[in-house]
Design a binder for this molecule. Sequence first.
Ligand code: ADP
Length: 160
Amino acid sequence: MRIAICPGSFDPVTMGHMDIIARASGLFDKVIVAVLCNKEKNPCFTVEERMELLRQATAEYDNVEIDSFQGLLVDYAREKGAVAVVKGLRAVSDFEYEFQMSMINKKLYPELETVYLNTSQEYMYLSSSVIKQISSFGGDISLFVPACVHDKIVDRLTNM
Ligand code: ADP
């Protein structure tokens, strides 16, 4: 069983995330989408809420599981028996940080590979923070978030 982890904040889930998750689901036997519990950030959605949005958005993928983790990604990956971490690359600007992280993770857990999937062109400008900005000014985000969780996301982002 080849297990991959898609880690991230997912605050909230976007079509850019969905694109990476769907493609990872086709490449691996099982994909664990792991929401990072990062106490330093000031999130719009709690970890539980983010997991619930992801659960609904990924319901059609039988081999995708939603979880959360704190601490080091390599420790979590080891615990889950994962062979890979899958990350999306939007632009060259994503690369430097991701490259550094993957080198460190390789030192800490050599069996774990980091797999990068290039963003699909239509989502290269998308991030959770862009969605929060558009929504806070009353803009339409229906093209950018999964349809089944659109209303829940808009409700929260426009009532903050
Ligand atoms: P963000 O808050 O910037 O959306 P996350 O930490 O939630 O970022 O992202 C989780 C993972 O999804 C990361 O690997 C990130 O590179 C990837 N990702 C996010 N948005 C996109 C996108 N539009 N295209 C490809 N990958 C993406």
